[in-house]
Design a protein around this ligand. Structure first.
Ligand SMILES: [Zn+2]
Length: 218
């Protein structure tokens, strides 16, 4: 299956839960890149050449990396793609890849949350500059303001999480990735998931949607 949704919607958390439930790997593009570069696979070497030159890794290399990963033994029982595809071109390439490896997609889950809620979730995130413990101003605050409970280190905001950058990331999702949902809806694979509420409720909605016949959405 494929998990889609804007930044801050909780895709990664849900991917981990689904991975446990179905005993299939959750595959994020970040992990694929890191592992392929470390293992020096053919596509990993190609990707590193672009990264070392400070260039964006082109789509065909990214797709090659995903293909290498999906050919691994642990995906025999299935896989969860998190963060891929991101664009219409990548979605078309994924279809071709799936086809030539005799795989298939069972479902594409799109998790959505109100944009104002996403901004609140993302801009409230803080991280200990020393031990990297994550906090949230509202949902997981530190006992003392701006101070890590564990080590007393200062809490900082990642540059990615400041409001202007968050709005830019959400806008990019709307423009580039959102059109994929129509593509997958037309293919009869899309299941829309309400991402509001706690992790367990969202997971319950996903499980219900996966059991519902194709076309019905939670
Ligand atoms: Zn700390």
């Amino acid at each position: 299956m494929v998990l889609l949704g804007p930044p801050g919607v909780g895709k990664g958390t849900q991917a981990r839960l689904l991975s446990k439930t179905f005993r299939i790997p959750e595959i994020g593009t970040g992990d694929i890149f890191r592992n392929a570069v470390k293992e020096r696979t053919p596509m990993g070497v190609a990707a590193k050449t672009f990264m070392d030159a400070g260039k964006l890794v082109p789509d065909d290399v990214t797709i090659g990396l995903v293909e290498e990963r999906l050919r691994a033994d642990d995906t025999k029982g299935g896989f969860i793609l998190d963060g891929f595809p991101r664009t219409a071109q990548q979605a078309t390439a994924l279809d071709a890849l799936v086809h030539r490896n005799q795989l298939h997609l069972d479902a594409v889950l799109e998790i959505t949350v109100d944009p104002t809620e996403l901004v609140r979730r993302l801009t409230g995130r803080r991280l200990c500059a020393v031990c990297q413990t994550p906090y949230h101003l509202e949902s997981a605050p530190s006992r003392l303001p701006d101070t890590c409970d564990r080590c007393g280190g200062p809490l900082v905001q990642r540059p990615d999480d400041d409001e202007a950058t968050v709005l830019k990331r959400l806008d990019e999702y709307e423009r580039k990735t959102k059109p994929l949902t129509e593509y997958y809806r037309a293919a009869g694979l899309l299941k829309a998931i309400d991402g509001n509420g706690d992790v367990e409720s969202v997971n319950a909605r996903i499980m219900a949607a996966l059991q519902a016949p194709v076309g019905e959405t939670a």
